[in-house]
Design a protein around this ligand. Structure first.
Ligand SMILES: Cc1ncc(COP(=O)(O)O)c(C=O)c1O
Length: 423
């Protein structure tokens, strides 16, 4: 039996209707931006394996750091204990995050980073004896698949089976061009009519919605409104963090600072699952008390796993090198050039770029759904050509590892142009 056949016998994959889905591709090796399957076919990973892998697969610098940590202190419980890799990653993050971020809390993945942030927003007011139980989120947001993260997410087919079982969430429009005022007014009205604890958002780019982009000035205005009303703000940088938008964090473009930041994905360069939620001193202080009931009773077995911390430290080292920063700029320039070219195509509705993120919307009939027929056709075309791209409905996006060469990028662009002709 091949790996793929054995997989079908035993495994259940994420976001997959196994009755209708094609069999998964069995990858046996990965290096740099390339993947190889069990038949030896080569693929360019143009989405950095769900946006986690900026420095390339099987990266030696990160692997060496992980090996060294594994053979020194692989794991120790974080309840009542601490260790150097956790302290070092905290010091490093506090140095590079927006200045008001002062406390670091570890968890395991993007959803748990969000879960922690939402629980903290709700308990912050509970600890202060204020009744504030509503969370504000954007339409079409995606914050993960655990319960509070799902409640905050607005893409309905991910959450429809659980409607009615969620914490209170009110959704407001994203301030995309032309919708800014509607978004500001919706936020003001929501705050006026509900007891709002927090506002969670994907800063500047909504990833899973199809790389929907909006301006830093609009986000600054929304944060200001929250601040005036003492509503806590949560920047979910799980996708945008660590260079994707062209700056280390998307919030680096925004003049207002958020109260909390969620980090995961590229945090460990695509090696070890780990997440971090960061907080202001004011938030920490609301839990700091003689009363044990005011503590944050949240934790995971692998909290602050030293090996994950070592991977994160090595990843941040790589991100901050001049070479990686130049790569980010180079990819951005290539994207802008391709945007100018492709947006003139008669079958293209619009194209957009921020940092290393590129997205093109192909004209389609308005009923084109997230996992609809155009998406399947495009996905299969790309796989056939040896390029890993996962379109969202009629939107094709690229989020490459930063080390992708100009030639490899050109191959991805050419394949997208061919796909636009094909559909
Ligand atoms: C903005 C954002 N938040 C949270 C998550 C959830 O992360 P994870 O899949 O690691 O749980 C994602 C995943 O795509 C995301 O894009």
């Amino acid at each position: 039996m091949t790996l793929t056949e054995k997989d079908s016998q035993y495994l259940w994959h994420p976001y997959t209707q196994h009755k209708t889905a094609q069999r998964p591709i069995a990858i046996t090796k990965a290096e740099g931006v390339l993947l190889w399957d069990e038949d030896g076919k080569e693929y360019i990973d143009a989405i950095a394996s769900w946006w986690v892998n900026p420095f390339g697969h099987s990266n030696k610098y990160i692997a060496d750091a992980i090996y060294k940590q594994l053979t020194t202190l692989e794991h120790v419980l974080f309840g009542g204990f601490t260790h150097e890799p956790a302290v070092k990653i905290a010091e490093k993050l506090i140095e590079i995050l927006p200045k008001n971020q002062q406390k670091i809390f570890f968890s395991d993945n993007g959803s748990t980073a969000v879960e922690v942030a939402i629980k903290v927003a709700l308990q912050y007011f509970f600890n202060k004896n204020e009744k504030r139980t509503t969370i504000i989120a954007f339409e079409n947001a995606f914050h993960g698949d655990t319960f509070a993260a799902m409640a905050a997410s607005g893409i309905s087919f991910y959450t429809q089976a659980f409607q009615g079982m969620f914490i209170d969430v009110v959704r407001i429009p994203v301030p995309i061009e032309g919708k800014e005022q509607t978004s500001f007014e919706a936020l003001e009205n929501t705050i006026k009519n509900n007891n709002c604890a927090g506002f969670i958002f994907e800063p500047l780019v909504q990833g899973a919605a199809g790389m929907v982009m909006y301006k830093p000035e609009s986000l600054a205005k929304l944060i200001q409104i929250c601040k005036e009303n003492k509503v806590l703000t949560i920047a979910d940088e799980v996708m945008t963090g660590f260079g994707k938008t062209g700056k280390t964090f998307a919030m680096d473009y925004v003049l207002e600072e958020p109260d909390m930041i969620c980090l995961s994905k590229a945090l460990t360069g695509g090696t070890i699952p780990m997440a971090i939620t960061t907080f202001t001193q004011d938030i920490f202080d609301a839990f700091y008390d003689d009363d044990i009931n005011k503590a944050l009773f949240h934790g995971h077995t692998f909290t602050a796993n030293p090996t994950g911390c070592a991977a994160a430290l090595a990843s941040i080292d790589l991100l901050l090198t001049d070479e990686m920063q130049r790569n980010i700029e180079r990819i951005n320039k290539n994207h802008l050039e391709f945007q100018r070219k492709v947006e003139k195509h008669p079958k293209v509705l619009t194209a957009r770029v921020l940092g290393v993120i590129f997205a093109v919307e192909i004209k389609s009939d308005s009923s084109e759904s997230y996992y609809g027929s155009m998406r399947t056709k495009l996905y299969n075309f790309f796989i056939d050509k040896g390029v890993v791209l996962r379109p969202v409905g009629n939107i094709v996006y690229i989020l490459p590892p930063y080390i992708m060469t100009d030639e490899q990028l050109q191959k991805v662009y050419n394949t997208i142009e061919e796909a636009i002709e094909m559909v």
